[in-house]
Design a binder for this molecule. Sequence first.
Ligand SMILES: Cc1cc2nc3c(=O)[nH]c(=O)nc-3n(C[C@H](O)[C@H](O)[C@H](O)COP(=O)(O)OP(=O)(O)OC[C@H]3O[C@@H](n4cnc5c(N)ncnc54)[C@H](O)[C@@H]3O)c2cc1C
Length: 349
Amino acid sequence: MAHVREGRGPTLTVVGGGVIGLGCALAAADAGWRVTVLTDPDSPRAADVAGGMLGSLGEGHPGEDALLEITADSVRRWPELLARLGDPAIAAADDSLFVGVAAADVAFLSQLARFVWSKSVDESVLRQVTGREIRELEPALGSRLVGGYLASGEGAVDNRALLAALETTLARAGGVVVPRRVDSLAGLEGDRILVAAGLGSSKLVAGVDLYAAKGEILRLSANAWSVPGPRHVVRARVGDRMVYLVPRRGGIVVGATQYEPIDADDRAPRVSGVADLLADALEVMPGLRTYDLAEAGVGMRPCTPDGLPIVRELDDRVIVAAGHGRNGIVLAPWTSHRVVEILGKAAAE
Ligand SMILES: Cc1cc2nc3c(=O)[nH]c(=O)nc-3n(C[C@H](O)[C@H](O)[C@H](O)COP(=O)(O)OP(=O)(O)OC[C@H]3O[C@@H](n4cnc5c(N)ncnc54)[C@H](O)[C@@H]3O)c2cc1C
Protein backbone atom coordinates (compact mmCIF):
# COMPACT_ATOMS: atom_id res chain seq x y z
CA MET A 1 0.00 0.00 0.00
CA ALA A 2 1.43 3.40 -0.96
CA HIS A 3 1.86 5.74 1.95
CA VAL A 4 4.61 8.12 0.93
CA ARG A 5 3.44 11.67 0.34
CA GLU A 6 3.92 13.56 -2.89
CA GLY A 7 5.99 16.71 -3.01
CA ARG A 8 9.62 17.76 -2.79
CA GLY A 9 12.32 16.63 -0.41
CA PRO A 10 13.52 13.22 0.78
CA THR A 11 10.96 10.91 2.36
CA LEU A 12 11.10 9.27 5.78
CA THR A 13 8.82 6.48 6.95
CA VAL A 14 8.64 6.16 10.73
CA VAL A 15 7.33 2.88 12.18
CA GLY A 16 5.77 3.60 15.58
CA GLY A 17 3.77 6.58 16.80
CA GLY A 18 4.90 6.68 20.43
CA VAL A 19 6.83 9.54 22.00
CA ILE A 20 10.05 8.51 20.25
CA GLY A 21 8.49 8.01 16.80
CA LEU A 22 6.46 11.23 16.95
CA GLY A 23 9.33 13.26 18.43
CA CYS A 24 11.74 12.09 15.71
CA ALA A 25 9.09 12.59 13.02
CA LEU A 26 8.58 16.22 14.06
CA ALA A 27 12.31 16.94 14.19
CA ALA A 28 12.78 15.33 10.76
CA ALA A 29 9.85 17.30 9.28
CA ASP A 30 11.42 20.49 10.68
CA ALA A 31 14.67 19.46 8.97
CA GLY A 32 12.94 19.23 5.59
CA TRP A 33 11.93 15.56 5.38
CA ARG A 34 8.51 14.48 4.12
CA VAL A 35 7.45 12.25 6.97
CA THR A 36 4.86 9.49 7.27
CA VAL A 37 4.34 7.69 10.59
CA LEU A 38 2.84 4.20 10.45
CA THR A 39 1.57 3.11 13.83
CA ASP A 40 -0.32 0.05 15.04
CA PRO A 41 -3.63 1.29 16.51
CA ASP A 42 -4.00 -1.94 18.52
CA SER A 43 -0.58 -1.99 20.18
CA PRO A 44 -0.43 -0.05 23.48
CA ARG A 45 2.05 2.83 23.89
CA ALA A 46 4.14 3.03 27.03
CA ALA A 47 4.04 6.81 26.62
CA ASP A 48 0.28 6.84 27.28
CA VAL A 49 0.72 5.69 30.88
CA ALA A 50 4.09 7.25 31.76
CA GLY A 51 4.60 9.62 34.68
CA GLY A 52 6.08 12.23 32.37
CA MET A 53 9.06 13.13 34.54
CA LEU A 54 11.89 14.91 32.75
CA GLY A 55 14.52 14.44 35.40
CA SER A 56 17.84 12.76 34.90
CA LEU A 57 18.73 12.43 38.59
CA GLY A 58 15.79 10.36 39.77
CA GLU A 59 16.71 7.76 37.20
CA GLY A 60 20.44 7.98 37.84
CA HIS A 61 21.60 4.79 39.47
CA PRO A 62 25.16 3.74 40.36
CA GLY A 63 26.99 2.34 37.35
CA GLU A 64 24.74 4.13 34.83
CA ASP A 65 26.99 7.10 34.09
CA ALA A 66 26.46 6.95 30.31
CA LEU A 67 22.68 6.96 30.72
CA LEU A 68 22.89 9.83 33.21
CA GLU A 69 24.95 11.83 30.73
CA ILE A 70 22.46 11.50 27.86
CA THR A 71 19.44 12.13 30.08
CA ALA A 72 21.11 15.29 31.48
CA ASP A 73 21.79 16.37 27.87
CA SER A 74 18.14 15.71 26.98
CA VAL A 75 16.82 17.63 30.01
CA ARG A 76 18.69 20.67 28.64
CA ARG A 77 16.96 20.24 25.25
CA TRP A 78 13.43 20.13 26.68
CA PRO A 79 12.73 23.91 26.84
CA GLU A 80 13.29 24.11 23.07
CA LEU A 81 10.84 21.28 22.39
CA LEU A 82 8.23 22.81 24.72
CA ALA A 83 8.62 26.14 22.91
CA ARG A 84 8.19 24.37 19.56
CA LEU A 85 4.99 22.66 20.74
CA GLY A 86 3.71 25.94 22.15
CA ASP A 87 1.05 24.50 24.47
CA PRO A 88 1.45 25.70 28.08
CA ALA A 89 -0.74 22.81 29.29
CA ILE A 90 2.08 20.32 28.57
CA ALA A 91 4.46 21.47 31.33
CA ALA A 92 3.35 19.94 34.65
CA ALA A 93 6.20 20.97 36.97
CA ASP A 94 9.53 22.82 36.78
CA ASP A 95 11.55 21.26 39.62
CA SER A 96 11.82 18.04 41.62
CA LEU A 97 11.98 17.52 45.35
CA PHE A 98 13.71 14.34 46.52
CA VAL A 99 12.57 13.51 50.04
CA GLY A 100 13.29 10.86 52.65
CA VAL A 101 10.79 9.59 55.19
CA ALA A 102 13.46 8.43 57.68
CA ALA A 103 17.10 9.37 58.32
CA ALA A 104 18.22 6.22 56.48
CA ASP A 105 16.24 7.32 53.41
CA VAL A 106 17.98 10.72 53.41
CA ALA A 107 21.34 8.97 53.86
CA PHE A 108 20.53 6.91 50.74
CA LEU A 109 19.71 10.09 48.77
CA SER A 110 22.93 11.72 50.02
CA GLN A 111 24.96 8.76 48.76
CA LEU A 112 23.33 9.15 45.33
CA ALA A 113 23.97 12.91 45.38
CA ARG A 114 27.66 12.47 46.25
CA PHE A 115 28.61 9.55 44.06
CA VAL A 116 26.15 9.60 41.14
CA TRP A 117 24.30 12.89 40.69
CA SER A 118 27.33 15.16 41.22
CA LYS A 119 28.90 13.70 38.05
CA SER A 120 26.24 15.22 35.78
CA VAL A 121 24.98 18.33 37.59
CA ASP A 122 26.57 21.08 39.67
CA GLU A 123 25.46 22.65 42.94
CA SER A 124 23.27 25.21 41.18
CA VAL A 125 20.97 22.34 40.16
CA LEU A 126 20.99 20.41 43.43
CA ARG A 127 20.50 21.81 46.94
CA GLN A 128 20.11 19.88 50.18
CA VAL A 129 16.96 20.79 52.09
CA THR A 130 15.79 20.15 55.66
CA GLY A 131 12.43 18.71 56.68
CA ARG A 132 11.27 22.22 57.60
CA GLU A 133 12.24 23.60 54.16
CA ILE A 134 10.37 20.73 52.51
CA ARG A 135 7.20 21.66 54.40
CA GLU A 136 7.66 25.34 53.43
CA LEU A 137 8.05 24.36 49.80
CA GLU A 138 5.22 21.80 49.86
CA PRO A 139 2.82 22.27 52.80
CA ALA A 140 0.78 19.24 51.72
CA LEU A 141 3.61 16.81 52.45
CA GLY A 142 3.70 14.80 55.68
CA SER A 143 5.31 16.25 58.79
CA ARG A 144 7.55 13.17 59.24
CA LEU A 145 9.74 13.86 56.18
CA VAL A 146 13.22 14.48 57.54
CA GLY A 147 15.07 16.02 54.60
CA GLY A 148 16.16 15.69 51.00
CA TYR A 149 17.25 17.59 47.90
CA LEU A 150 15.73 20.21 45.63
CA ALA A 151 16.66 19.64 41.97
CA SER A 152 16.05 22.76 39.86
CA GLY A 153 15.04 22.25 36.24
CA GLU A 154 14.08 18.59 36.76
CA GLY A 155 10.44 19.05 35.79
CA ALA A 156 7.64 17.00 34.32
CA VAL A 157 5.18 17.06 31.45
CA ASP A 158 1.64 15.82 31.06
CA ASN A 159 2.45 12.82 28.87
CA ARG A 160 -0.96 12.68 27.21
CA ALA A 161 -1.01 16.40 26.42
CA LEU A 162 2.51 15.95 25.04
CA LEU A 163 1.50 13.13 22.68
CA ALA A 164 -1.51 15.10 21.44
CA ALA A 165 0.65 18.21 20.86
CA LEU A 166 3.31 16.18 19.02
CA GLU A 167 0.62 14.85 16.67
CA THR A 168 -0.93 18.27 15.95
CA THR A 169 2.43 20.01 15.54
CA LEU A 170 3.64 17.23 13.25
CA ALA A 171 0.49 17.59 11.12
CA ARG A 172 1.08 21.35 10.89
CA ALA A 173 4.67 20.64 9.80
CA GLY A 174 3.30 18.48 6.96
CA GLY A 175 3.76 15.05 8.59
CA VAL A 176 1.12 12.36 8.30
CA VAL A 177 0.19 9.65 10.83
CA VAL A 178 -1.38 6.50 9.37
CA PRO A 179 -2.96 3.83 11.63
CA ARG A 180 -1.26 0.74 10.21
CA ARG A 181 0.61 -2.19 11.73
CA VAL A 182 3.92 -3.05 10.04
CA ASP A 183 4.94 -6.73 10.11
CA SER A 184 8.03 -6.43 7.94
CA LEU A 185 10.21 -3.61 6.66
CA ALA A 186 10.36 -5.29 3.26
CA GLY A 187 8.27 -3.36 0.76
CA LEU A 188 8.00 -0.20 2.86
CA GLU A 189 8.32 2.97 0.84
CA GLY A 190 10.55 5.89 1.79
CA ASP A 191 14.11 7.04 1.17
CA ARG A 192 14.84 6.28 4.82
CA ILE A 193 13.02 4.17 7.42
CA LEU A 194 13.09 4.83 11.14
CA VAL A 195 12.03 1.94 13.37
CA ALA A 196 10.72 3.49 16.60
CA ALA A 197 8.13 0.92 17.57
CA GLY A 198 9.03 0.55 21.24
CA LEU A 199 8.85 -3.10 22.28
CA GLY A 200 7.55 -3.95 18.78
CA SER A 201 10.96 -2.99 17.33
CA SER A 202 12.47 -6.38 18.29
CA LYS A 203 10.19 -8.20 15.85
CA LEU A 204 11.06 -5.83 13.00
CA VAL A 205 14.83 -5.59 13.33
CA ALA A 206 17.23 -8.47 13.91
CA GLY A 207 19.69 -7.84 16.73
CA VAL A 208 17.48 -5.35 18.59
CA ASP A 209 16.72 -7.41 21.69
CA LEU A 210 14.35 -5.67 24.06
CA TYR A 211 12.58 -6.93 27.15
CA ALA A 212 9.53 -5.55 28.96
CA ALA A 213 9.60 -4.10 32.47
CA LYS A 214 6.01 -3.89 33.70
CA GLY A 215 4.89 -0.94 35.80
CA GLU A 216 1.74 0.09 37.63
CA ILE A 217 0.91 3.79 37.86
CA LEU A 218 -2.09 5.55 39.44
CA ARG A 219 -3.98 8.64 38.36
CA LEU A 220 -5.74 10.49 41.18
CA SER A 221 -8.17 13.29 40.48
CA ALA A 222 -9.05 16.12 42.83
CA ASN A 223 -12.60 16.67 44.01
CA ALA A 224 -14.17 19.56 45.92
CA TRP A 225 -12.81 18.21 49.25
CA SER A 226 -9.26 17.47 48.11
CA VAL A 227 -6.30 19.23 49.72
CA PRO A 228 -4.14 21.07 47.15
CA GLY A 229 -1.47 18.86 45.59
CA PRO A 230 2.28 19.53 45.27
CA ARG A 231 3.75 21.97 42.72
CA HIS A 232 7.04 20.04 42.45
CA VAL A 233 7.61 16.52 41.27
CA VAL A 234 8.03 14.75 44.61
CA ARG A 235 10.30 11.71 44.53
CA ALA A 236 10.42 9.93 47.86
CA ARG A 237 12.56 7.18 49.28
CA VAL A 238 10.35 5.12 51.61
CA GLY A 239 12.40 2.29 53.11
CA ASP A 240 13.71 0.22 50.21
CA ARG A 241 11.23 1.63 47.67
CA MET A 242 10.85 4.83 45.66
CA VAL A 243 7.51 6.48 44.95
CA TYR A 244 6.81 9.64 42.98
CA LEU A 245 3.98 12.17 42.92
CA VAL A 246 3.72 14.18 39.70
CA PRO A 247 1.39 17.20 39.53
CA ARG A 248 -1.31 17.19 36.87
CA ARG A 249 -4.02 19.66 36.04
CA GLY A 250 -6.83 18.59 38.39
CA GLY A 251 -4.92 15.75 39.99
CA ILE A 252 -1.74 13.81 40.75
CA VAL A 253 0.03 10.87 39.13
CA VAL A 254 1.51 8.32 41.57
CA GLY A 255 4.09 5.91 40.26
CA ALA A 256 5.52 3.50 39.60
CA THR A 257 6.33 -0.13 40.20
CA GLN A 258 8.79 -2.06 38.04
CA TYR A 259 9.05 -5.83 37.66
CA GLU A 260 9.23 -8.62 35.09
CA PRO A 261 5.80 -9.45 33.60
CA ILE A 262 4.65 -13.06 33.29
CA ASP A 263 4.20 -12.59 29.53
CA ALA A 264 3.07 -9.96 27.01
CA ASP A 265 -0.55 -10.34 28.16
CA ASP A 266 0.27 -9.57 31.81
CA ARG A 267 -1.32 -6.13 31.55
CA ALA A 268 -3.66 -5.99 34.55
CA PRO A 269 -2.61 -3.90 37.54
CA ARG A 270 -1.48 -6.27 40.31
CA VAL A 271 -3.08 -5.65 43.74
CA SER A 272 0.35 -5.70 45.42
CA GLY A 273 1.64 -2.97 43.11
CA VAL A 274 -1.35 -0.71 43.67
CA ALA A 275 -1.24 -1.33 47.45
CA ASP A 276 2.49 -0.50 47.69
CA LEU A 277 2.10 2.69 45.65
CA LEU A 278 -0.83 3.89 47.74
CA ALA A 279 0.86 3.00 51.06
CA ASP A 280 4.09 4.82 50.14
CA ALA A 281 2.33 7.81 48.60
CA LEU A 282 0.12 8.26 51.68
CA GLU A 283 3.23 8.16 53.85
CA VAL A 284 4.59 11.09 51.84
CA MET A 285 1.31 13.03 51.46
CA PRO A 286 -1.40 11.93 53.91
CA GLY A 287 -3.92 14.30 52.26
CA LEU A 288 -4.00 12.03 49.19
CA ARG A 289 -6.84 10.23 51.00
CA THR A 290 -9.09 13.08 49.87
CA TYR A 291 -8.54 12.33 46.16
CA ASP A 292 -10.48 10.04 43.81
CA LEU A 293 -8.68 7.04 42.34
CA ALA A 294 -9.40 7.70 38.66
CA GLU A 295 -7.18 5.11 37.00
CA ALA A 296 -4.83 2.26 37.82
CA GLY A 297 -2.74 1.93 34.67
CA VAL A 298 -0.13 -0.54 33.48
CA GLY A 299 2.64 -0.06 30.95
CA MET A 300 5.57 -2.05 29.61
CA ARG A 301 8.90 -0.21 29.47
CA PRO A 302 10.95 -1.22 26.40
CA CYS A 303 14.32 -2.08 28.00
CA THR A 304 17.76 -3.04 26.71
CA PRO A 305 20.19 -5.35 28.52
CA ASP A 306 22.73 -2.54 29.12
CA GLY A 307 20.09 0.06 30.03
CA LEU A 308 21.04 2.36 27.15
CA PRO A 309 18.67 3.20 24.28
CA ILE A 310 19.54 1.92 20.81
CA VAL A 311 19.75 4.90 18.44
CA ARG A 312 21.79 4.02 15.40
CA GLU A 313 21.94 3.44 11.67
CA LEU A 314 21.49 -0.24 10.75
CA ASP A 315 22.30 0.19 7.08
CA ASP A 316 22.14 2.95 4.49
CA ARG A 317 18.34 3.00 4.69
CA VAL A 318 17.19 1.85 8.12
CA ILE A 319 17.70 3.64 11.44
CA VAL A 320 16.48 2.32 14.79
CA ALA A 321 15.49 4.37 17.87
CA ALA A 322 14.19 2.03 20.55
CA GLY A 323 14.82 0.57 23.99
CA HIS A 324 14.37 3.73 26.05
CA GLY A 325 13.29 1.78 29.12
CA ARG A 326 12.13 4.00 31.96
CA ASN A 327 13.39 7.20 30.26
CA GLY A 328 11.63 7.51 26.90
CA ILE A 329 9.85 10.77 27.63
CA VAL A 330 12.87 12.59 28.99
CA LEU A 331 15.09 11.17 26.22
CA ALA A 332 12.79 12.20 23.34
CA PRO A 333 14.68 15.44 22.45
CA TRP A 334 18.12 13.80 22.69
CA THR A 335 16.90 10.92 20.50
CA SER A 336 15.37 13.13 17.82
CA HIS A 337 18.54 15.24 17.76
CA ARG A 338 20.63 12.09 17.17
CA VAL A 339 18.25 10.79 14.48
CA VAL A 340 18.28 14.11 12.61
CA GLU A 341 22.09 14.09 12.82
CA ILE A 342 22.09 10.64 11.18
CA LEU A 343 19.52 11.72 8.55
CA GLY A 344 21.43 14.94 7.85
CA LYS A 345 24.66 13.08 7.36
CA ALA A 346 22.95 10.70 4.93
CA ALA A 347 21.22 13.51 3.02
CA ALA A 348 24.56 15.30 2.60
CA GLU A 349 26.29 12.20 1.17
C1 LIG B 1 4.61 3.05 34.37
C2 LIG B 1 5.58 3.80 33.50
C3 LIG B 1 6.03 5.07 33.89
C4 LIG B 1 6.93 5.75 33.11
N1 LIG B 1 7.34 6.99 33.49
C5 LIG B 1 8.24 7.67 32.75
C6 LIG B 1 8.66 8.98 33.12
O1 LIG B 1 8.19 9.53 34.12
N2 LIG B 1 9.60 9.60 32.35
C7 LIG B 1 10.13 9.02 31.23
O2 LIG B 1 11.00 9.61 30.60
N3 LIG B 1 9.72 7.79 30.83
C8 LIG B 1 8.80 7.11 31.56
N4 LIG B 1 8.39 5.86 31.18
C9 LIG B 1 9.03 5.23 30.01
C10 LIG B 1 8.43 5.71 28.70
O3 LIG B 1 7.03 5.63 28.73
C11 LIG B 1 8.97 4.86 27.55
O4 LIG B 1 10.37 4.80 27.60
C12 LIG B 1 8.57 5.47 26.22
O5 LIG B 1 7.16 5.57 26.14
C13 LIG B 1 9.09 4.65 25.04
O6 LIG B 1 8.66 5.31 23.88
P1 LIG B 1 8.54 4.56 22.49
O7 LIG B 1 7.99 5.55 21.53
O8 LIG B 1 9.82 3.88 22.19
O9 LIG B 1 7.50 3.39 22.77
P2 LIG B 1 5.92 3.45 22.97
O10 LIG B 1 5.52 4.68 23.68
O11 LIG B 1 5.51 2.16 23.57
O12 LIG B 1 5.37 3.55 21.49
C14 LIG B 1 5.60 2.53 20.54
C15 LIG B 1 4.65 2.75 19.38
O13 LIG B 1 4.97 1.83 18.34
C16 LIG B 1 3.76 1.25 17.84
N5 LIG B 1 4.06 -0.06 17.30
C17 LIG B 1 4.52 -1.17 17.96
N6 LIG B 1 4.71 -2.19 17.09
C18 LIG B 1 4.35 -1.71 15.86
C19 LIG B 1 4.31 -2.29 14.55
N7 LIG B 1 4.68 -3.55 14.34
N8 LIG B 1 3.87 -1.53 13.51
C20 LIG B 1 3.50 -0.24 13.70
N9 LIG B 1 3.51 0.34 14.92
C21 LIG B 1 3.94 -0.38 15.99
C22 LIG B 1 2.84 1.20 19.07
O14 LIG B 1 1.49 1.14 18.66
C23 LIG B 1 3.19 2.54 19.73
O15 LIG B 1 2.41 3.58 19.18
C24 LIG B 1 7.44 5.16 31.92
C25 LIG B 1 6.96 3.92 31.51
C26 LIG B 1 6.04 3.25 32.28
C27 LIG B 1 5.54 1.92 31.83
